[in-house]
Design a protein around this ligand. Structure first.
Ligand code: SF4
Length: 277
């Protein structure tokens, strides 16, 4: 179900992870294959998709938010105020449902002196926009995980190898491309699988900035997931907050992320990790 509406939720939210702030949604909802597994948005929304047509108001909300923000060089970006424009949807996959072309939406930010955009995608092959004439490179974060995990958690989505192959193509189109190890899945055998993934990325796409974000989960998602998906996500079982978000038990998570970092640095410079959590 797709519903076109004018959103009244026009608040830009502070962020300190992938971006400095999160823009109000142009699209809330997604047709990605992970909607029935780990997708944060789908926890309460299921498969509904809301298309918000008041794009100028959405953009103005970000502009207003930024007036109260003092940018310093930070983990998000050394220069620009980074705006996550695709927090509750994969806008690359969903671009044909946008109320205005994705390129026009990106251009609004590009024409602003200090704002720049970032968005994650699991469908980089669908991103064909040439942004080489932009004033600043918009950022796209290509999400990856070992293919055997993706087969279960991201059914019928773009294969991991072809996502990696898209990285250099997108750079040629003028994008700033980061690798998004998200969600990281810790399940017996993960060390070898991620080691293979790092080797593949190094061979095909070289070194890139990256984010590393361990899986968080929720009981509602577990109920809706396949048996195999539940099994893969089951170690993320420690209740983190009163919303019922679950994470890997902290005592293990710290150790596993350190091992992840060690494996990563056998292939890439530690400085290329922009964010790990
Ligand atoms: S691609 Fe992102 S927004 Fe879409 S279903 Fe998957 S996790 Fe959710």
């Amino acid at each position: 179900m797709i519903k076109v509406q004018r959103t009244k939720t026009l608040s830009t939210k502070d962020n300190n992870n992938s971006a400095n702030c999160i823009a109000p949604n142009v699209i809330y909802g997604c047709f990605g294959g992970c909607v029935s597994t780990y997708c944060y948005m789908s926890r309460y929304n299921d498969k509904r998709v809301y298309v918000n047509s008041n794009v100028d108001e959405i953009f103005n909300s970000v502009v207003e938010w930024e007036k109260g923000f003092v940018k310093v060089s930070d983990q998000q970006d050394p220069v620009y105020t980074m705006v996550d424009i695709a927090c509750n949807s994969d806008l690359v996959l969903m671009q044909k449902h946008m109320p205005e072309p994705l390129i026009d939406y990106l251009k609004k930010y590009d024409n602003h002196p200090t704002l720049n955009t970032t968005m994650a995608t699991k469908y980089p092959s669908l991103l064909t926009l040439d942004v080489s004439s932009f004033n600043k490179k918009p950022r796209v974060r290509v999400s990856v995980m070992p293919q055997v995990f993706s087969d279960i958690l991201e059914p019928k989505m773009q294969s991991i190898t072809t996502r990696i192959q898209d990285i250099n193509r997108l750079k040629d189109l003028g994008w700033e491309v980061h690798v998004n190890y998200s969600p990281v899945i810790f399940y017996p055998g993960w060390e070898e699988l991620y080691d293979d993934l790092f080797a593949e990325i190094k061979t095909i796409a070289g070194e890139n900035k990256c984010e590393i974000i361990a899986l968080t989960n929720h009981a509602l998602q577990m109920q809706r997931s396949s048996f195999l998906a539940q099994n893969l996500m089951k170690y993320s079982s420690e209740i983190k907050n009163n919303e019922g978000i679950m994470r890997y038990p902290l005592s293990y998570k710290t150790k596993w992320l350190n091992t992840f970092k060690y494996l990563y640095t056998q292939y890439f410079d530690i400085e290329s990790i922009r964010y790990i959590f």
